[in-house]
Ligand binder design. Structure first.
Ligand code: ADP
Ligand code: MG
Length: 226
């Protein structure tokens, strides 16, 4: 599904240059569940942003389903994102002024489906993560665990092939973290590819493969014993 070849990402300011990614070689197959681990600042979020077509590498090749992402203009990249990707963040990133159902519908904002179809998809996504009873509530009225499940519903409502999750359980207690992991696990069992940054060895254990990073490099990429 994804091939990264000799990817570098430099951040330059007047005084400093940071090599956030160095010589990254990574292949991700359709249907995989990959966990990315490593200390704070080692480049995990930068890698996820490159994979998610949010950020462009300074050099290197990125193939997404056979397409050279580096050769696409912003409009084409936005289309690829819309049609293929769902994002989940540590801090949920729901919009406070919108209800949960409206937040989830944002996941369909560029889709041309008619009203009835949209509502059915939003309903199905809410059912999927167990928050249908909170549809008309606002984010601040929900617990952290419920907010993250709503954020997952927003990510999956467009039925993406790939979910990118940046420390999705980082702000949750153990029980809510487990619920989020159960949802990701079942999405993966149905064929959704998942790339998840985590600091939790237990949550990384759910993945088929763990990629360990240090100082912008991949130091180990190990498949879990079956
Ligand atoms: P992680 O997610 O593993 O904590 P990041 O990918 O966020 O690490 O950051 C990797 C390195 O790149 C860090 O040194 C960070 O300060 C730097 N960095 C990330 N984003 C930017 C940016 N937009 N501008 C400048 N430096 C950045
Ligand atoms: Mg990060």
């Amino acid at each position: 599904m994804i091939t990264l070849a000799d990817i570098h990402r430099l951040f330059r300011s007047d005084e400093v240059e940071t090599a956030a990614l160095r010589s990254i070689e990574l292949q991700i197959d359709e249907g995989e569940f990959v966990a990315i681990m490593g200390p704070s600042g080692c480049g995990k979020s930068t890698l996820l942003n490159v994979i998610g077509l949010i950020d462009r590498p300074t050099s290197g090749r990125y193939l997404f389903r056979g397409q050279e992402a580096g050769e696409l203009d912003e409009a084409a990249r936005a289309r690829l994102r819309r049609d293929n990707l769902g994002f989940v963040f540590q801090s949920f990133n729901l919009i406070d002024e919108l209800t949960i159902a409206e937040n989830i519908e944002l996941g369909l904002v560029y889709r041309l489906w008619a009203g009835r179809e949209r509502r059915a998809r939003v309903e199905a996504a809410m059912d999927r993560v167990g928050i249908a009873h909170r549809a008309r509530h606002y984010p601040h009225q929900l617990s952290g665990g419920q907010q993250q499940r709503a954020a997952i519903a927003r990510a999956i409502v467009g039925q993406p092939a790939l979910i990118l999750a940046d420390e999705p359980t980082g702000n949750l207690d153990t029980e809510n973290g487990e619920q989020v992991m159960d949802i990701l696990k079942s999405l993966n069992a149905e064929g959704t590819t998942i790339v998840m940054v985590t600091h939790s060895p237990a949550h990384a254990d759910v993945a088929e493969r763990v990629v360990n990073m240090l100082d912008g490099r991949i130091v180990v990429s190990a498949r879990r014993a079956a």
